[in-house]
Each structure stands twice: as structure tokens, then as C-alpha cells.
Design a protein around this ligand. Structure first.
Ligand code: SAM
Length: 209
């Protein structure tokens, strides 16, 4: 999907996502001390705002101007606009500058030929020593989802392998599938499979031990 197609998708409704942070982000990140975070494919800003409220300085990136405008509005309403730097990037061709204590990519899927594996490898290289990379994605489709029918949905082990992390430099903290219930367009709930990968870049001291 191009930037224009994502804009159109966002314009189809007032609000595409719930505005709440993703469950896995809350579960996996609550124990970390705030620092610099990068949210890839931030959508309407639910995760970025939650992080900013907890004291993180967040760079939040999306391809869609419509999504970014909404994220800016929601951040201002939440009183955290000063802690969120919203940037428009097509991650297939450009990536935000800087190094981060947390890089988070939640459901960075896009029908079409987005080079997800390459983007996630760049994401890993933007994590500081001692920092965390959290990747959450769909592992299977619910019955109503036709958007992702042609999108590769890797297992968490495949996501990990595709990162090509140098041996001895990273600790795998979570690499697992989980199920969650989601309501479809007709309001009926269905169970779907997602997966989560949390890897921590070892500090220089840990590497030389
Ligand atoms: C499925 S949504 C997930 C949004 C949000 N992370 C969440 O969990 O609610 C995927 C997001 O990735 C963005 N996206 C898709 N392709 C992108 C690209 N090439 N570069 C940057 N963002 C992209 C879309 O605009 C959309 O906001």
C-alpha cells in the first residue's frame, strides 16, 4: 500500500484504532526506565502517547500524513506533544536518525511489497547497547481480514532469524506466539494469533564477559 492508500484507509473512519496502547507494549515495557523510544508505524499514536505519559521521549514514524495529523492532535489532547517527535517516513526508503533505548514495531504490516525484514534490521541497528527491540506482529488472520491475505506473516522464530543479529551481542527475552480475542466488523469476537519478539542488545561489559 502506498502513502496515498494508507491516507485513504485512515480517512474511511474517524478513528481506525482504539487509541489504547497495545497490550504487549504495556506488558513488556512497563519494567523499563524511560529513555528515548522509536515507534515504527505509529498510526494514530496510541503507543507513542502511552510511552510519553510514562516519561519516554518518543520519535513516532508513519507513512500516512492523516495518521500523523491525528497522532499530533491526540498527543496535544493528552498533554504530551512536547515529548513526541512525529516524523513522516516511508520506511522502505528512509529511516529516522538517532539511537534509541527502545525501538518498537507493532503490526508493521502493509499489503504490497514493504521490505519489512530490511526495515526491522535497520531498527535493530538503531538500538543502543542495553536497549530493547520489541516487534509484535500478526501470526495468522481472523476470518474478516482480507487485507493481509497476501502478506507474509512470519513466526516469531522467523522474525528473529530475519534480523540476522550478530552472535553474542543480543539476548532473546521473548520469542513466542500468543492468542487474543478481537471483535470483527459485525461485532462478533474471534481469536487470532499474534507473535512477540523482545530482544535486548547486550552492553559492552556483557559482551566482553
Ligand atoms: C496495522 S497499522 C499499525 C498501527 C499501530 N502501530 C498500531 O499498533 O495500532 C500499520 C501502520 O504502518 C504504517 N505503514 C505502512 N507502511 C509503512 C511504511 N512503508 N513506512 C512507514 N509506515 C508505514 C501505516 O500507515 C499504519 O499506520
Amino acid at each position: 500500500m502506498t502513502a496515498e492508500e494508507w491516507d485513504t484507509r485512515y480517512r474511511e473512519s474517524e478513528r481506525l484504532w482504539s487509541g489504547r496502547p497495545n497490550d504487549v507494549l504495556v506488558r513488556e515495557i512497563s519494567d523499563l526506565s524511560p529513555g528515548r523510544a522509536l515507534d515504527l508505524g505509529c498510526g494514530e499514536g496510541g503507543d507513542a502517547i502511552w510511552l510519553a505519559r510514562r516519561g519516554w521521549h518518543v520519535t513516532a514514524v508513519d507513512i500516512s500524513r492523516v495518521a500523523l495529523e491525528r497522532a499530533a492532535r491526540h498527543a496535544a489532547e493528552a498533554g504530551v506533544a512536547g515529548r513526541i517527535d512525529l516524523q513522516r517516513h516511508d520506511l522502505a526508503t528512509s529511516f529516522p536518525a538517532g539511537e534509541f533505548d527502545l525501538v518498537s514495531a507493532h503490526f508493521l504490516h502493509s499489503p504490497g511489497d514493504m521490505p519489512r525484514e530490511e526495515i526491522l534490521r535497520t531498527a535493530a541497528s538503531a538500538v543502543v547497547r542495553g536497549g530493547v527491540l520489541l516487534i509484535v506482529g500478526h501470526g495468522g488472520l481472523p476470518p474478516w481480514d482480507h487485507d493481509h491475505a497476501h502478506v507474509r506473516l512470519p513466526t516469531p522464530q522467523e522474525v528473529l532469524a530475519d534480523l540476522h543479529l550478530p552472535e553474542g551481542q543480543w539476548e532473546v527475552q521473548v520469542c513466542a506466539e500468543h492468542e487474543r480475542t478481537q471483535s470483527g466488523p459485525d461485532g462478533r469476537p474471534a481469536t487470532r494469533t499474534d507473535n512477540a519478539l523482545r530482544v535486548r542488545r547486550l552492553t559492552g561489559e556483557e559482551v566482553s564477559r
